[in-house]
Design a protein around this ligand. Structure first.
Ligand SMILES: *Cc1c(COP(=O)(O)O)cnc(C)c1O
Length: 417
């Protein structure tokens, strides 16, 4: 055997967080996870495809059996420098995190995180406006596992506090709520749960750790679909869960039991996306606010649900707790039928019709959230029945004025239908 590159084996800690120099978010995203021992003389870590990792000797193989830790060669399922570099970069971008587990999708990360804190007989409190697959995991898979899911209205803090009992082991939060975009008071909801001894999980896909440092606002585990902003180019699926020391160990144990791992090719794609993520988030946030403000001025629009926009549900919490937003928000047409709403979306040329978001291209998605609410009102109190029909926009990197012109054309097209 020729000479092989040597790597520091064993428990490594993120290095950027140790520097005493202040580092801005974009600088951090550029530097994070790029250890020279992993990248060598090139800028990015190579793509290490591999299942088998070879040991120098039988003695080394036996020695390595003692360890189960990040950054140590063992077997493909525990990753290689390609995946370690991404996990480290995500940890560096998540204030308060000690480690990050990678999963093959955001949904797998949600399931993995919930399973890491729950046992048969437990009760899980679930925010009523969570992402639909979160609701399905809680009331399907976890039910079969002997866990009881109870849904709560995140705006009713008293009812939420009263819902805890001896069996309540964890709460599943999300900010903002999926589709209807209400920003909950996460620090308050988390503090109540911490006080009752329950673990606090949050789906932070919308703002990411860059716009909302969830662990510093009382959450124990923060989950993001990397498919969205980190990937950023609509060409890869992945998820992550980050946590401090205690919860990271639990995440890791459960993910390993479930055999969760991601391909090095996908990890390299997400690492590439991560370098420009703060820049893209800044741009899409600015465009979304411009477009949301324009929509608010239109007579065809009844409600705009955009966390960055004054008057939107929970905007005060966004302004207090967040340092950023993103391009995803919703609106409700005024007095239009379902057919007109479909025609509106069909007329758009710059907005694709499809799931997901966080890519470079804009998307539009009609929704009816009443179907997936059981503990809170939708349409909201005081709204008309037809206001249940909304449209979610994912604003991409196109010029905002072009997107506005497209929306304007679609308003004209449905006027006489
Ligand atoms: C898309 C999404 C997920 C799931 O991510 P996938 O990678 O598609 O499984 C989780 N949470 C939220 C809020 C999402 O929008």
């Amino acid at each position: 055997m020729g000479r092989r590159p040597r790597y520091t084996q064993g428990n490594w800690r993120p290095t950027l967080s140790k520097t005493d120099k202040p580092i801005g978010t974009r600088t951090r995203a550029v530097l994070a996870g790029r250890r020279e021992e992993w990248t060598g003389r090139v800028v990015n870590p190579p793509i290490w495809r591999g299942s088998t990792h070879l040991y120098e000797s039988e003695a080394e193989r036996v020695e390595c059996l003692k360890y189960n830790e990040d950054g140590r060669f063992h077997y493909g399922r525990r990753g290689s420098p390609t995946q370690w570099a991404l996990a480290e970069a995500l940890t560096e971008l998540e204030p308060g995190a000690d480690g990050t587990m990678l999963y093959p999708s955001g949904t797998a990360a949600l399931a993995g995180a919930m399973m890491s804190v729950l046992e048969p007989g437990d009760v899980l409190l679930v925010q009523d406006n969570v992402y639909e697959p979160t609701r399905s995991i809680a009331s399907g898979l976890l039910k079969r596992w002997g866990v009881e899911a109870r849904f709560f209205d995140p705006s009713d803090h008293d009812a939420y506090a009263a819902a805890f009992d001896d069996r309540t082991a964890a709460v599943m939060l999300e900010t903002p709520g999926s589709l209807t975009m209400e920003v909950p008071d996460i620090p308050r909801l988390a503090a109540i749960a911490q006080d009752k001894g329950a673990s606090v999980l949050v789906d932070n896909t919308w703002a990411t750790g860059v716009g909302f440092p969830a662990l510093e606002h009382g959450c124990d585990i923060t989950i993001t679909a990397l498919t969205k902003h980190a990937g950023g180019h609509s060409d890869v699926m992945m998820g992550a869960a980050s946590a401090g020391r205690k919860y990271y160990a639990r995440l890791r144990h459960t993910a390993q039991s479930l055999g969760q791992c991601v391909s090095p090719d996908d990890a390299a794609l997400v690492s590439r996306g991560l370098r420009t993520m703060p820049l893209r988030l800044g741009q899409t946030t600015a465009s979304a606010l411009t477009i949301a403000t324009w929509l608010q001025s239109r007579p065809e629009v009844a409600h705009v649900l955009c966390p960055m926009l004054e008057g939107s549900p929970g905007h005060e919490y966004w302004a207090r707790d967040f340092t950023g937003g993103c391009g995803l928000f919703s609106f409700v047409l005024a007095g239009h039928t379902d057919t007109q709403r479909s025609a509106f979306v069909d007329t758009l040329e710059l907005f694709g019709i499809g799931y997901s978001w966080g890519g470079f291209e804009s998307l539009a998605l009609p929704f009816d959230a009443a179907r997936i609410r059981s503990a809170s009102a939708w349409p909201k109190a005081g709204w008309r029945e037809e206001d249940r029909l909304g449209i979610r926009l994912a604003i991409g990197l196109e010029n905002a004025e072009d997107l506005i012109a497209d929306l304007d054309r679609a308003f004209s097209a449905i006027k006489h239908r």
